[in-house]
Design a protein around this ligand. Structure first.
Ligand code: ATP
Length: 742
């Protein structure tokens, strides 16, 4: 026995605290009409969480509170407390006894308590559902409601029976799972759209990072190559310098000695009386030396101009190389503006003509854009090239002028030498052996001439070397700018250097490096750290979303299989439940009517409903609606179907069905409010027998005026109503009960 007691205070006509103890398997509540018996049944509904005030015969919560009368003042609250025994752990909480209490206040606010602690309605419902006591009240049959199960629609009837079979828990779980599945799908959609949203940005960032990585590997390549190149070239230049110095040193020394000898010879000549040739020779010597100096300076000037020309040529070469590789090519703003104006013109035209030309417009725009891009693609920056070419032209003219002057200088040189030669001959012809000094001057000048020619060659090579050095410095600066100062460490390198091997490959190496430099310049990567960080963040987010998507898909999958399981289980349990109910129902029916047959039959009806789809179109939805029909055949009568039954027959049929349901899945207690009202004596007896049979599985509380029913009860409560409209409760004996019931 689970149900121990119920206590009403201030509930409806029960103004004072009244308690009913259910110490017997069958309890009966008797009393005259209007004394408050049904209020007790309603107190059960109320405390078990009934939310429909109407089904408690009220309009609002206030109607459930004792309203006063005959000098009794009205109350402020109504409360009902029901106590269950839980020693066999029917309820899923660890207490030997469970009390559930509900209080309603005049403002309509409800409080719920489990074992004295305030809880939510949901907690009460869950606790009861687990013990197979539902608020739906399939186990509380109110007055006049016995044949509700006959009057209702097949669909409703099916729901009632599913509830009685305890399938509501599964249905509740299934609905909950479907709701979760729907929510999961929404989340999946949301996550997918988030991923779609970030995808282009992520793609862009990934490309940037790839570019950067490529640039980084080019940079490493550049550092490695440049270090080797600059080291080798540096060594090569140093080597060339030493070579030149070594070549130059003996010449310089020799020239110094000759200069000293010349000085001596001059002194001699100046001191001599006969200076016929002396002064002439001295003048000639100084003229030749002047002419030589002039030639020398022209050579240097020529070297400088050649250096400038080489510089301009380098600019042109770079432009051409850039044109062949550049992907981040600059296009002059003016060109873009012109192109934009053309397009605008077309758009304006198309606007006048209307939408028909849109496709044509798009097509022509595409073509124009393609030709604009290709026209700019291979173009060299002409202004730069033109300017450089102009400069080269100017330098070439300068060069020409210097060449002319050099020719003049050479002619003068030749002339002076001619004079010198003829003077030499005439002096020799004089056979004046005393003129050693004069001879010496000639010898020295001739030697000097030879040496100076050699020296000027060396000087030209020195100039070239300087140019090479300057160019190397410029190259180094550029390489460091793009490859970083790591390149400068070439100085500390220790390599094996072989001059002739280097001469063979230096040009090739140089080209490689300038290619890398140009490509790195094109890559033009800046703000690298931020891009990498942004990429990492975006990628992490995307990976997180991907994981979340996977989780969601997995949980959708497990929800789907849970729903499938639940549906299978529901179907199986429903089918077996119906079969068992039918067996009981048939039996009970036969024993009540002395024959005949009755059973529940599953119906499937097509229902068309209108549903609003996402596109806001009305759509028809066809659904199969399942229900339960009752088919009866009375003995000796040709009656099929419920419509033809008499009032008593209806009562008997519904009682048989209710009892069958209760027998298959017995609830802890059943309250029957005057279910026996329409029965004659013979049927009352059968009813009494069935009640006793039923009481083996469920506790019964029978509100009745029926003597036969009362006689089956182990405990009887009498309810009377005082003149003040307050219900009074007393435990009575059977004989008294018969009296009270009247
Ligand atoms: P019957 O045998 O005719 O079915 P009953 O014993 O089942 O009668 P109930 O329907 O339980 O009688 O009781 C109805 C009585 O309760 C009425 O007299 C009604 O005035 C009284 N009642 C209902 N609500 C309140 C209330 N809020 N305050 C006071 N009395 C109330």
């Amino acid at each position: 026995m689970y149900l121990k007691s119920i206590e009403l205070s201030g509930f409806k006509s029960f103004a004072k605290k009244s308690e009913l103890l259910f110490t017997s398997r069958i309890s009966s509540i008797v009393g005259p009409n209007g004394s408050g018996k049904s209020n007790v049944a309603e107190a059960f509904r109320f405390v078990l969480g009934e939310q429909s005030i109407k089904s408690l015969r009220g309009k609002k919560g206030e109607d459930l509170i004792f309203n006063g009368g005959g000098g009794e003042s009205r109350g402020n609250r109504a409360s009902v407390k029901v106590v269950f025994d839980n020693s066999s752990k029917v309820f899923a909480i660890d207490f030997p006894e469970i009390s559930i209490e509900r209080v309603v206040h005049r403002d309509g606010v409800n409080d719920y308590f489990i074992n004295g602690s305030a809880v939510r309605l949901k907690d009460v419902l869950e606790l009861l559902l687990g013990a197979h006591i539902g608020a739906s009240g399939h186990h509380i049959i109110s007055q006049g409601e016995a044949d509700k199960i006959l009057n209702t629609t097949p669909k409703e009837r099916k729901a009632m029976i599913e509830d009685a079979l305890g399938l509501r828990l599964y249905q509740y779980k299934r609905i909950e799972s479907e709701r979760k599945l729907k929510k999961t799908f929404e989340n999946i959609k949301e996550v997918e759209s988030l991923r779609r949203e970030i995808a282009p940005h992520l793609k862009f960032l990934r490309k940037q990072v790839e570019k950067m990585e490529k640039a980084e590997s080019m940079r490493t390549d550049l550092i490695e190559k440049a270090k080797l190149y600059f080291k080798s070239e540096n060594m090569f230049l140093a080597f060339s310098k030493t070579m030149l110095l070594e070549e130059r040193k003996p010449i310089d020394e020799k020239l110094q000695t000759l200069e000293a000898e010349l000085k001596n010879a001059r002194t001699v000549l100046e001191s001599e009386k006969n200076k016929d040739h002396g002064s002439e020779i001295l003048r000639l010597e100084s003229e030749i030396s002047e002419a030589r100096k002039a030639k020398d300076s022209l050579v240097i000037e020529l070297g400088k101009i050649e250096g400038l020309i080489a510089g301009e040529e380098r600019v042109i070469r770079k432009q051409k190389e850039a044109a062949a590789t550049d992907v981040t090519k600059m296009i002059r703003l003016r060109d873009v503006e012109l192109f934009f104006n053309e397009i605008q013109e077309d758009v304006r035209d198309a606007e006048h003509k209307g939408a028909a030309d849109l496709l044509e417009l798009v097509r022509s725009f595409g073509q124009r854009l393609a030709s604009f891009v290709s026209s700019k693609k291979d173009a060299v920056d002409h202004t730069v090239v033109v300017e450089a070419e102009k400069a080269i032209e100017g330098f070439n003219k300068d060069k020409e002028r210097i060449r002319d002057r050099m020719q003049q200088a050479e002619a003068r040189d030749l002339e002076l030498h001619g004079t010198y030669e003829s003077m030499k001959k005439s002096i020799e012809a004089e056979k004046d052996s005393s003129r050693d000094a004069e001879k010496a001057v000639f010898r020295i000048m001739s030697e000097e001439n030879e040496l100076i020619a050699k020296l000027s060659l060396i000087k030209a090579r020195e100039e070239n070397l300087k140019k090479d050095e300057a160019e190397l410095m410029r190259g180094l600066e550029e390489a460091v700018r793009l490859g970083g100062s790591e390149i400068l460490k070439f100085k500390d390198m220790d390599i094996q250097f072989e001059e002739s091997a280097w001469l063979q490959k230096r040009e090739e190496e140089k080209r490689e490096i300038s290619k890398l430099v140009i490509r790195l310049e094109d890559a033009g990567i800046s703000g690298t750290d931020e891009v990498v960080k942004e990429f990492r963040d975006a990628n992490e987010r995307d990976e997180f979303l991907a994981r979340e998507l996977l989780d969601l898909e997995q949980s959708a999958e497990s929800l789907r299989s849970l729903i499938e399981d639940l549906e299978k289980r529901l179907a199986v349990e429903f089918a077996t439940g119906i079969a068992r109910i039918n067996a009981e129902f048939g039996e009970l029916f036969k024993s009540m009517f002395g024959g005949g047959s009755a059973e529940l039959k599953l119906t499937r009806e097509k229902k068309v409903s209108f549903a609003e789809s996402e596109e806001e179109d009305m759509e028809t939805e066809e659904k199969i609606e399942e229900g339960l029909d009752i088919s009866v055949t009375l003995p000796r009568k040709k009656i099929h179907g419920l419509m033809m039954l008499s009032g008593g027959e209806r009562a008997l049929t519904s009682i048989a069905l209710l009892f069958a349901i209760s027998a298959v899945n017995p609830p802890p207690f059943i309250i029957l409010d005057e279910t026996d009202a329409a029965l004659d004596e013979a049927n009352s007896k059968r009813y009494g027998d069935m009640v006793e049979r039923l009481s083996k599985h469920s506790q019964l509380i029978l509100i009745t005026h029926n003597r036969e029913t009362m006689s089956r009860a182990g405990i009887i409560y009498g309810v009377t109503m005082s003149s003040t409209g307050v219900s009074k409760l007393l435990s009575i004996e059977f004989d008294q009960a018969v009296e009270v019931a009247k």
